[in-house]
Write a new protein. Structure first.
Length: 314
């Protein structure tokens, strides 16, 4: 990627809106109308959840107002919680376009989660943003990023529904893994769209080549993050730091790990206040990987995280 200068707010770099002017309702409606359905939430998510081991039960915890019948919000939970066992939350598809976050969570549920049923009480929300999954986009229908919306009185109904679900469970979580991807379209589409929406300049960046995690700067849990990276490195390559010692503009704290202030930014990883939290970031656009490898990387990250948390639960 060329190291070009940042675009001026007056230079057009996105087809919607007036450069330098934040979007209003008309521009957001134009953006919404430009989105197209590209895959099926019913077939690729809902249908697969119906096939799970009966050790888990699937419940609806809400629905998207844009089409409640098409977009039920679904969670898989341990059917018979084990008294005294720790609780773990796995979330995927907060950004609907990040496919392995969704499919990796489902594959973990289908093929691996039952092995933890006597040691952990699992709660898995594999596709927090089903409309975003179908149109393959980062935002929700109102051009809001759900992963900046885990705050009080959330403007994103996807985030608000998950917050309500977690609060209603009334349990203390030991661990929360939020499964994401960093893609080439972050740079080609989503960052320019964000700048255009907010009336800002489009600042070019670099997409990291490989897997990394985002720890909470207020609760980094360095050994936990390292365990996840170690668990994944045999599946896919780990992202190196760039020439500034950074990944996506954040300082690399250890191999494959950066930190964000999760609660301050309204990130999903802050939703439980769990002791062990991490956001995984798979890179699906590398010629070295396939969708199967990306899903396997998410599964390996979850397993490494759960094993570390269980071994340090005391």
């Amino acid at each position: 990627m060329s190291d070009q200068a940042a675009s001026s707010p007056q230079e057009r770099f996105y087809p919607i809106g007036t450069p330098g002017v934040p979007w209003g309702d008309a521009e957001k409606a134009q953006w919404y109308e430009s989105q197209t359905i590209q895959r099926s939430y019913r077939d690729e998510v809902q249908g697969r959840l119906e096939e799970l081991d009966p050790v888990f039960e699937v419940e609806q915890y809400g629905a998207l107002s844009i089409d409640p019948d098409r977009y039920p919000l679904l969670v898989a939970r341990s059917a018979r919680p084990v008294a005294g066992a720790p609780w773990a939350l796995i979330t995927g598809g907060v950004h609907g376009y990040e496919t392995s976050g969704v499919q990796g969570a489902i594959a973990f549920l289908r093929d691996h989660a039952a092995a933890y049923s006597d040691r952990l009480n699992l709660v898995v929300a594999p596709c927090v943003s089903p409309w975003g999954y179908e149109v393959i986009h980062r935002w929700n229908p109102n051009a809001i990023d759900p992963n900046r919306s885990f705050i009080a009185n959330s403007p994103a109904e996807e985030s608000a529904a998950l917050i309500k679900l977690i609060a209603g469970l009334g349990v203390e979580f030991l661990v929360h893994l939020d499964l994401h991807e960093t893609t080439d379209t972050d740079e080609s589409e989503f960052r320019p769209a964000l700048a255009a929406r907010d009336g800002a300049a489009s600042e070019p960046g670099l997409i990291p080549d490989g897997f990394y995690t985002v720890g909470d700067s207020e609760n980094p849990q360095d050994e936990f993050q390292a365990a996840i990276v170690a668990g994944v490195h045999s599946i896919t390559h780990i992202a190196p730091a760039d020439d500034n010692g950074e990944i996506i503009g954040a300082k690399v704290m250890q191999h494959g790990v950066i930190h964000y202030p999760c609660a301050e930014l309204g990130l999903c990883a802050s939703v439980t206040a769990a002791r062990f939290t991490s956001t995984t970031e798979v890179y699906p656009d590398s010629p070295k990987v396939s969708p199967e490898i990306c899903n396997a990387a998410q599964i390996a990250a979850v397993q490494a995280a759960l094993e570390h948390a269980l071994s340090h639960a005391g």
